[in-house]
Design a protein around this ligand. Structure first.
Ligand code: PLP
Length: 394
């Protein structure tokens, strides 16, 4: 079908989108309505951890959809329990609450921290977050985010989210007062331009929060589930946070998210938290299929090998073209362009013929790479050949 044959006008405008319709995908490749294929280094915004239409996910969806789709969140179901067990087995956390999006998981973390503050810290409710952070698009998570302009869009904000600077412990310490209950951060700021918190900062933050009896919340919606090279990014600094949120990669493309808590923060009481679709067996069965593959022996070793390869190749490209280097963790990486040509590159790469290349410019002066975690070296090489062609054409 041609683009104009689809009832596109019925969709509410929320952002500029290219005039193509994606129809199917497999692994690192996505196909549009004209049959053109695209090498996908965006993967649904770091969501498709196993690439498009992974066989294990398809099998889980098929099996579960014939068995049980939703008995209601008021009852237990098998996949919800199995996935929770897998997550507590492979992390430092004791309890799991499932949600449908990263923002919703973060809302849960905020609520849980405030409840804990009410119970144990004399009603303390402020959560220190960071400039350039991104925690979602609900009103509370927008208020928690440090995205420029979001303090006035949809004002008034939800109060209680003072902002510190990433990797600057003094800026956090300066905000702590009797109302502070927690510090919340992304171990790698994704939307902010792929800026990792240093291991030293994570360790100092853990010590500071312990000293003041504050909760440490890691938003691993983007950095978690193997994306940063370890199953969860917090592992790389050897610390144990009190709360963690997951989204994106945990569902491999389906709407699934989770809030994980240490036992001492497990303070929700009956009726405090919930949601119609939370923990539904269809999505948690897929999540189980995804997490089983991510935790299989050798999988994360291969992510680390691909990450080292991509990092080295991006650095080589940066040196060759006089760019400003590369950075990131695992398969969440950025090429620093040193000038604001990111959006132009993204556009030209998509329009290439015969095959297109899908990239993202999280900031105008960089390109962000978030391929499938099972991307091959050959696909990385092919992406670089295509990217060089785009750069030549600028
Ligand atoms: N937290 C982080 C770190 C994210 O990167 C995102 C999305 O980009 C979110 C939260 C929000 O997740 P969702 O879009 O699933 O609500």
């Amino acid at each position: 079908m041609n683009f104009n044959d689809y009832p596109i006008d019925s969709l509410m405008y929320i952002t500029n989108r290219p005039e193509i319709i994606f129809t199917h995908g497999k692994g690192s490749w996505l196909y549009d309505n004209t049959g053109k294929r695209y090498l996908d280094f965006v993967q649904g915004w770091a969501v498709n951890s196993l690439g498009h239409c992974n066989d294990g996910m398809i099998a889980a969806l098929d099996k579960q959809s014939r068995q049980l789709i939703n008995p209601s969140p008021a009852f237990y179901n098998e996949p919800m329990a199995q996935l929770a067990g897998l997550l507590t087995q492979h992390s430092c956390f004791d309890k799991v609450f499932f949600a449908n999006s990263g923002a919703e998981a973060n809302e849960g973390a905020i609520k849980l921290a405030r409840k804990w503050g009410k119970k144990f810290k004399d009603g303390a409710f402020e959560i220190i977050t960071f400039n350039h952070s991104f925690h979602g698009r609900t009103l509370a998570t927008m208020s928690a985010s440090g995205k420029p302009g979001w303090d006035t869009l949809y004002a008034p904000q939800v109060p209680g989210f003072p902002k510190a600077e990433l990797n600057d412990l003094d800026s956090v310490a300066a905000l702590i007062n009797s109302k502070t209950v927690a510090v919340m951060l992304e171990p790698v700021q994704g939307e902010g331009g792929v800026v990792p918190a240093t291991p030293e900062f994570m360790q100092q933050l853990r010590a500071l929060t312990q000293q003041h009896n504050l909760l440490l919340i890691v938003d691993e919606v983007q950095s978690g589930c193997g994306r940063a090279g370890t199953l969860f990014a917090y592992e790389a600094s050897g610390i144990e946070p009190d709360l963690m949120t997951l989204g994106k990669g945990i569902g491999g493309g389906v709407p699934l998210a989770a809030l994980l808590a240490k036992a001492h923060v497990n303070v929700f009481e009956a009726g405090d938290q919930g949601g119609t679709y939370n923990g539904n067996p269809l999505m948690t069965a897929v999540g189980y299929a995804v997490m089983s593959q991510l935790t299989a022996p050798g999988f994360l070793d291969s992510v680390q090998a691909r990450s080292a390869y991509l990092s080295a190749k991006l650095l080589e490209l940066s040196q060759e073209r006089g760019f400003a280097g590369e950075r990131g963790s695992g398969l969440l990486r950025a090429l620093l362009l040193g000038k604001e040509i990111g959006p132009q590159i993204v556009e030209k790469a998509r329009l290439m013929q015969p095959d297109g290349l899908l990239l993202n410019a999280a900031r105008p002066n960089l390109l962000r790479f978030m391929p499938a975690l099972n991307v091959s070296e050959a696909e990385i090489d092919q992406m670089l050949v295509m990217l060089r062609q785009v750069l030549d054409s600028l």
